[in-house]
Design a protein around this ligand. Structure first.
Ligand SMILES: [Zn+2]
Length: 436
């Protein structure tokens, strides 16, 4: 009996260490201690500066390291005293904001918990540098590109933008061993062949077209395996592996080629959850990765399990589908029975969502995040005909009503039973029944 006790104790100690700051505990810490208080899409450069002032007040090193094309400050945050160098950057695409807030929360939590063993380990093993909001001009306008109209993530070789030159110089001067490239993907990205949203997608970015595995890339596969395990606990079925195509002018690929094997995190959306949930997921994923890199626990992960993460796909999901609508052609009154599939434009949370009719017809292979049974209704366009590519501005009339479809001021002459406008029910919510 005694002989088995010692290994059992060792195993218990190992498990305790291994599961210290489990994903559930990280989630709890974020719930209690996160400081970002705006939806990331609403965060402007001035908000970032306020967040960074908060970090400075906690004693964290924050430096202006450069300026954007329109002369906005770009900052780098540094934390930790360890030999392993980790570099992260977010929002090089201005309308991809989630991770910027996650980084602020992460540095805050690390600094405030320096007395805790797991944080001491991070502090003594790692030096973490991060550039939150590399593209402040794009963030201000909520657009992908910088002020020159250039996609910074296609400028790693040409270096025509000040933001790209800065990013490369920060890497070259410091030679980090591990990189994180933090983005947002389309909300309608799906997992594998399913209609499940990919709330987050991960990728080990290689440095060449042949996807040659260096030790750093295999290490990153092990780390991503652990990130995936952590995320699955909160969003089962909603994790994808990002497209592994080689982009010779992109930063992730070139960081990996220059000697900083990089992990890509692409945040999508999860129907029914708000943007702060995704900030929390980023926080958990990044800290899971950093902890495993700091304490060496990544070494026991199986890199082959990386390939168990299903590939992303697209095209099978739309924001809204109206099933079996009687679509009315205004001039002729001709009725066509069709499903209508609508998509929302990417926009700040505080702004209304223009919508577009993306698909029309028998949409049997497509699902909507929300689906309505429109079979009891005649549907006509509010301003423009119901047609692919036109705005998703729709008037709904119960089928049994007699309507003069040719009336010049249709909406005034015949009060619609429901109006769908700018992505929501402007009138008559609940009249057209929800299918799911
Ligand atoms: Zn992006």
């Amino acid at each position: 009996m005694k002989r088995t006790c010692f290994p059992l104790l060792l195993l218990a100690a190992f498990l305790m260490n291994n599961f210290a700051q489990s994903p559930a505990q990280l989630a709890e810490i974020w719930d209690k201690e996160h400081v970002t208080n705006k939806f990331p899409s609403n965060v402007r450069h001035s908000d970032l500066k306020a967040y960074l002032d908060g970090l400075k007040k906690l004693g964290i090193k924050v430096d202006e390291v450069g300026r954007s094309n329109a002369n906005r400050e770009i900052y780098q945050v540094e934390w930790g005293k360890g030999p392993k160098r980790v570099f992260l950057w977010s929002q090089m695409h201005g309308d991809e904001p989630t991770a910027t807030s996650a980084l602020i929360d992460m540095f805050t939590v690390l600094q405030k918990n320096r007395g805790k063993d797991w944080v001491k380990k991070l502090e003594s093993e790692l030096t973490i540098r991060a550039v939150p909001m590399l593209n402040p001009d794009g963030a201000e306008l909520y657009i992908r590109r910088n002020m020159q109209g250039i996609d910074i993530n296609r400028d790693a070789v040409d270096l025509k933008t000040p933001e790209a030159r800065l990013l490369k110089s920060l890497r070259d001067a410091w030679q980090p061993e591990l990189g994180f490239n933090l983005h947002n993907q389309n909300e309608l990205t799906t997992v594998g062949g399913t209609a499940q949203q990919a709330a987050i997608s991960l990728l080990v970015v290689h440095g060449d077209e042949a996807k040659t595995d260096s030790e750093g890339h295999v290490r990153n596969k092990r780390i991503v395996t652990l990130m995936a395990e952590a995320l699955r606990q909160f969003m089962p079925g909603h994790l994808g592996r990002y497209d592994d195509g080689w982009s010779p002018t992109a930063f992730g690929d070139n960081f990996s080629a220059w000697g900083t094997p990089t992990i890509l995190i692409e945040t999508g959306a999860l129907h029914g959850k708000d943007e702060m949930f995704l900030v929390k997921m980023n926080f958990i994923a990044i800290l899971t990765a950093l902890r495993s890199f700091a304490d060496g626990s990544e070494k026991s992960a199986d890199p082959a399990r990386y390939f168990e993460i299903p590939n992303n796909s697209s095209g099978s999901l739309l924001h809204i589908v109206f099933r079996n609508a009687n679509v009315i052609e205004k001039e002729t009154g001709i009725v066509t029975v069709a499903d209508l599939g609508l998509v929302f434009d990417r926009r700040r949370e505080q702004f209304i969502s223009p919508t577009t009719i993306r698909r029309m017809g028998a949409l049997t292979t497509v699902a909507g995040l929300a689906e309505y049974d429109a079979s009891g209704f005649n549907v006509i366009g509010r301003m423009l005909p119901v047609k692919q590519g036109n705005p998703g501005e729709l008037l709904f009339f119960k089928k049994d009503r007699i309507i003069d479809w040719t009336a010049a001021d249709l909406e005034k002459v015949n009060t619609p039973d429901a109006v769908f406008s700018f992505g929501k029910w402007h009138k008559g919510e609940g009249v057209v029944p929800l299918k799911k």
